[in-house]
Ligand binder design. Structure first.
Ligand code: HDD
Length: 716
């Protein structure tokens, strides 16, 4: 049994910093921080000698003519040498990512199940770092590709580091860790030509999926909208594997960890994600740091699903099988805490790149089940850090715990800690640094184990289709359509008939109509018979339409306002005010970035609005919504711009909220090419197909503008 939480006296460190517990990790990091912008700084070598010229190599030069360079210029060699060795190996998976600091609080203690301080002490605020990532792409690949997203959290608890290394999808492709290298090899670029980058749309990926029926449930999630999230801030996080909790009474429970975003789960449409990967490959990265910079801190509810030990065999699936969810109808979700991200990194490399997560990092009160994926992961994470960061990776500032660390592990490359004392072994004649008291330590759960040594999984691990059907059945009609289209896209990129033909057959094990639609699209024989009957069952919270904010919100949504000279200032100012009031972010987009003048405003006034971007500089894909205020001259300029028309048309095709007033209404109608659809009337607010219009905007009906913004909340 694990111990009660122990006090480490670290509260004092926190208080000296800023009086808050949130300062605990920051206080620790500050010990290693330097300020590049300190006015007293001058350039030195790494060994501290001041340098007056780091631009020109020392040479043998006569009469101002350049001669040969001298090897003796140690400072020059140091500069080049350091540059030559800047790169470290990128993560073998999840290489592309972004992270931020935050805090974790429990509002309901889980003391009934565990004695982990981080999960029971409701007065604590535990500092943490979260890193989001894609899986398959290299470090420089695009953010918006179709992929699973990593959701890894390092909690710097008072009892040591606890890492949840999760994903935004609650299940995994494989059941046994030993299959992981095959899975990743099949998904990464094909080895002969290293193509394609950051894509699952290729022969090897789908060949693997077919040959491993256990992947069926997960690939349905990966083909759903979950794999093209609108923002890291709008994804769920799941620990995926089955962990355990244990309490002081000697009871043990199986547990799954969940993070549910308070902004709800939202996704791109596929065309948007595809385009963004080229137009703004850093879209998610920027979205995260901009939200945090502007004080809109993303928050997630933290929840647990718990099964008491002894009840693990009551389910039709094996609770240790990572390809299965625990349906919420069977095992309810208890939301008991909150994770908030509230501070951006100071430097990407030393923090986001050097952070090293490890599923093996658990604290007293939390343990491992026999989940064969988890136990293999426990080896892999610590092992991979040796290649990436070296032996002393846990000493790096971002990785070290905020509680005391002391043991007889010593030396190795790049050891930083200087441990004073004569002995470095236990026991020793000084009786120095003895083991901790058992009741304050991590105590492994005493479990009786007996069996045959053999390569085997439990029988229930062999069923692979029930939950794939459950997932598909639970989708809304548009989500089902998106899955069909996604599979159609992916299999179209496979040019080996054996791959797409077999996959079409596999889909018939999930749903016949899905298989038929995809087969027809990708040129495979159309299955006439279901591989197995669809059981027709559904489950809650699988459709992302069910995971929405408590109150609809447009907070942090990006709204483009298209204007040119002669725009209607009342409508423009009204919408800017309304958007800011609702914490959305208005962006003015014009034909150029030099000032744009309202109708009746003199160009000599020196005022005008300076757009944030021009039509060619940004695209509608980078915004959640588009607004076109009236103004005859402004709208006439927009009409004559193919790009402005495309802005509105593309936004409409991507199902975005569009607003227009005055002359902007007809323009929007024409741009969206909506024959026969009435969305303009005399002064009333009209809303159809997500297009909201008001034909007249006067200062006295300014309220209408606000109402329009309010209406827009319902569909962004
Ligand atoms: Fe893994 C990284 C998530 C199975 C081996 N994994 C990594 C990261 C995430 C996950 C989020 C990036 C962490 C970061 O931001 O630094 N991995 C998962 C999930 C899995 C999973 C949710 C299934 C439940 N992983 C898995 C298996 C193995 C690995 C079965 C190996 C047997 N994963 C690794 C790794 C990585 C990694 C090779 C690469 C970089 C790293 O660990 O630190 O060890």
């Amino acid at each position: 049994m694990a111990s009660q939480a122990i006090s480490t006296g670290l509260e004092k460190v926190q208080q000296t910093l800023d009086g808050s517990v949130e300062g605990q990790k920051l206080a620790d990091l500050r010990k290693d921080m330097k300020n590049y912008h300190d006015p007293n700084n001058v350039i030195t070598t790494d060994y501290g000698v001041k340098q007056w010229n780091t631009d020109v190599w020392l040479k043998v030069s006569n009469d101002n003519k350049t001669g040969p360079m001298l090897l003796e210029d140690h400072a020059a060699r140091e500069k080049i040498n350091r540059f030559d060795h800047e790169r470290i190996p990128e993560r073998v998976v999840h290489a592309r990512g972004a992270g931020a600091f935050g805090t974790f609080k429990m509002h309901k203690s889980l003391s009934e199940y565990t004695n982990a301080g981080v999960l029971t002490d409701t007065s604590r605020s535990t500092p943490l770092f979260t890193r989001f990532s894609t899986v398959l792409g290299s470090r420089g690949s695009g953010d918006t590709v179709r992929d699973v997203r990593g959701f890894a959290v390092k909690f710097y608890t008072e009892e040591g580091n606890w890492d949840i290394v999760g994903n935004n999808i609650p299940v995994f492709f494989i059941q046994d860790a030993l299959k992981f290298p095959d899975l990743i090899h099949a998904g990464k670029p094909e080895p002969n030509v290293e193509v394609p980058q950051a894509q699952s749309a290729h022969n090897n990926f789908w060949d693997f999926q077919y040959l491993h029926p256990e992947t069926t449930h997960m690939f349905m999630w990966q083909q759903s909208d979950r794999a093209i999230p609108r923002s890291y801030r709008m994804m769920q996080g799941f620990g995926v594997n089955t962990y355990t909790l244990d309490n002081d009474k000697g009871e043990r429970f199986f547990v799954k960890f969940h993070f549910t975003p308070q902004l709800g789960v939202h996704s791109f449409v596929w065309d948007e994600a595809l385009k963004l990967a080229g137009q703004d490959p850093d879209f998610h990265r920027k979205d995260l740091y901009e939200a945090i910079d502007s004080g809109c801190f993303p928050k997630w509810d933290f929840g647990v699903q718990i099964i008491p030990e002894g009840r693990q065999d009551e389910f039709e699936f094996d609770i240790l099988d990572a390809t299965k969810i625990w349906p919420l109808e069977d095992v309810p979700l208890q939301n008991v805490g909150e994770l908030e991200l509230n501070r951006n990194v100071d430097e990407y490399f030393t923090q986001t790149e050097q952070i090293a997560f490890c599923t093996g990092h658990v604290v007293p009160g939390i343990g491992f089940s026999d989940d064969p994926l988890l136990l293999g992961r426990n080896f892999s994470y610590a092992d991979t850090q040796l290649t990436r960061l070296g032996t002393n990776w846990q000493e790096l500032p971002i990785n070290r715990p905020v509680c005391p660390v002391m043991n007889n592990n010593r030396d190795g490359q790049l050891r930083h800690t200087i441990t004073k004392g004569v002995a470095n072994y236990w026991p020793n004649r000084f009786e120095a640094t003895p083991p901790a008291k058992k009741e304050e330590s991590y105590v492994d759960w005493p479990e009786q184990v007996a069996g045959m040594k053999q390569r085997l999984q439990s029988k229930k691990f062999k069923e692979h289709y029930n939950q794939a059907q459950l997932f598909y059945n639970s989708m809304s009609p548009p989500e089902k359509g998106h899955i069909t289209a996604a599979l159609g896209f992916e299999l179209d990129h496979c040019d080996d008939p054996i791959v797409y033909e077999r996959m079409a057959q596999r889909l018939a094990d999930i749903d016949l109509s899905l298989a038929q639609a995809v087969a027809d699209q990708v040129g495979a024989p159309v299955p006439q018979k279901a591989g197995r009957e669809n059981h027709g069952k559904t489950s809650k919270m699988l459709s992302q339409t069910e995971i929405q904010p408590k109150e609809p919100t447009i907070e942090t949504r990006r709204v483009a306002i298209l204007i040119a000279d002669g725009y209607d200032a009342v409508a423009y100012n009204g919408i800017v005010a309304a958007l800011k009031g609702a914490k959305a972010i208005p962006y003015t987009i014009g034909p150029k970035r030099n000032p744009i003048y309202a109708a009746g405003e003199s160009k000599d006034s020196g005022k005008g609005v300076k757009p944030h971007h021009h039509f060619e500089g940004m695209r509608s894909t980078m915004f959640d919504s588009v607004f076109v205020p009236g103004g005859a001259d402004s709208v006439s300029t927009l009409r004559n711009s193919g790009r402005a028309l495309h802005w509105v048309r593309e936004a409409f095709a991507h199902l975005k909220a569009i607003g227009a007033t005055g002359e902007g209404v007809e323009f929007v109608r024409d741009a969206c090419a909506l024959p026969g659809i009435e969305f303009s009337s005399s002064g009333d607010v009209v809303d159809s197909y997500g297009v909201v219009t008001a034909s007249k905007v006067q200062p006295e009906n300014f309220k209408e503008t606000l109402k329009m913004a309010k209406g827009a909340k319902e569909f962004v």
